[in-house]
Design a protein around this ligand. Structure first.
Ligand code: SF4
Ligand code: SF4
Ligand code: SF4
Length: 378
């Protein structure tokens, strides 16, 4: 089987097809310290793309509460348990097997198939810090672990080495050269569901009405116009930014995605050990259990949290985070100078500018000139 280079696991790994990186790679970064699980992203996607027959249960974007939530049910536990030991070497090399390397004989990818009931509880575990064991009279000290949870928004990761594509016997799934978005050709798909079984993130879904499989399309009609996806531009918490990521050797320090992932190490892929090089990246939540975060985001999670804690001393990174959620256009470059952060489009034209620190104005409780009482509310 061919070997492909996978920088997220620090080594080459097996994949059924020869390695090829598209001219550009679609990518989203999520700051998990800011997500409030309002589900606006979920509904923005739902009302745009999945309001048809057979799509009732589909959430191409979903937000689940970790560690107890998961849609479909326990999707991550079930594939991680099958994969076995997932150790990392001191140099950042993954020592275990990827999904393709662990595939059973005559299969292309280690997989499992969710059943209908697994898709019935999109909000299971929401806001749960005790695994369903908390009741009205329970004392805090009797919880099974420290109280923590965080919200994990998820879309298709438009993986560099997609398991869905690898498993499709019809070659109906393809990765676009111009932006790396992974699509299912609806005219070729026969609904065998191999992609639904193979995608470890469970982001390919079967439509019983059309009898084909469907998935997040990366909002490519918007992306083609230089606009970020619906789930990104509608995010209430301003936790998301979409752009294009380069592999580490070609990273550009003025590219917002490259800067946060490669330059600062603030944003990490999730479950990189599965070996697909997923292209959604997370700034990890600084309050959550480190062992849990390490198994989810890999060995660099401590460094990412350290970098996040040092943001007040880092005007450039802080400025970039201020730009997140401030424009619906795709930012290809950014700059921070004299207390202002700037975003630029592909042609280099300025599309947005925001102050890195906003002035705080404290008003006197009583305005003697107007004879009015005032409060320091916005
Ligand atoms: S809209 Fe933003 S803040 Fe709200 S749940 Fe989605 S990602 Fe989180
Ligand atoms: S997340 Fe799943 S559906 Fe999306 S490209 Fe990767 S393997 Fe395919
Ligand atoms: S990128 Fe577009 S299609 Fe994909 S989850 Fe977000 S809104 Fe839905």
């Amino acid at each position: 089987m061919p070997k492909v280079s996978n920088w997220q696991i620090g080594r080459d790994c097996e994949y059924p097809y020869d390695g090829h990186r598209p001219a550009r790679q679609w990518s989203i970064i999520f700051d998990l310290n800011k997500c409030i699980a309002c589900q606006t992203c979920t509904l923005a996607c739902k009302t745009t793309w999945t309001s048809g027959k057979g799509q009732e249960y589909m959430f191409w974007n979903n937000v689940e509460t970790k560690p107890w939530g998961g849609y479909p049910l326990a999707w991550d536990l079930r594939i991680l348990e099958q994969l076995g030991r997932q150790d990392w070497g001191a140099n950042g090399e993954y020592l275990g097997k990827t999904l393709v390397e662990a595939a059973p004989e005559n299969e292309r990818v280690l997989h499992y198939a969710p059943v209908d009931e697994d898709w019935m509880y999109p909000n299971i575990g929401e806001d749960d810090c005790g695994g369903g064991t908390v009741d009205g009279g329970m004392h805090q000290a009797s919880l099974p672990h420290d109280q923590w949870f965080f919200y994990l928004p998820r879309t298709c990761a438009h993986c560099t080495y997609p398991a869905c594509l690898a498993a499709c016997p019809r070659k109906a799934i393809y990765k676009r050269e111009e932006d790396g978005i992974v699509l299912i050709d609806q005219s070729r798909c026969k609904g065998y569901g191999e992609c639904v079984r193979a995608c470890p993130y469970k982001k390919s879904m079967y439509n019983p009405h059309t009898r084909t499989s469907e998935k997040c399309i990366g909002c490519y009609p918007a992306v083609e116009q230089g606009i970020q996806p619906q789930c990104v531009v509608n995010c209430i918490g301003k936790i998301r930014v979409m752009g294009f990521i380069n592999p580490p050797a070609k990273a550009r320090a003025d590219n917002p995605i490259d800067y946060l992932v490669h330059e600062k190490g603030l944003a990490l892929p999730y479950y990189p050990q599965l070996g697909l090089e997923p292209n959604i990246y997370y700034i990890p939540p600084i309050h959550a259990d480190r062992d849990y975060l390490r198994q989810m985001f890999g060995p660099r999670v401590e460094d990412a949290i350290e970098a996040y804690r040092k943001l007040p001393e880092d005007p450039r990174a802080s400025g970039l985070l201020c730009l997140i959620g401030s424009t619906d256009r795709i930012m290809h470059r950014f700059d921070v100078k004299k207390g202002m952060a700037y975003g630029y489009d592909e042609a280099g034209a300025e599309i947005v500018r925001v102050p890195v620190t906003e002035d705080v104005i404290v008003r006197a409780p009583f305005d003697a000139k107007l004879g009015a009482s005032r409060h320091n509310t916005p």
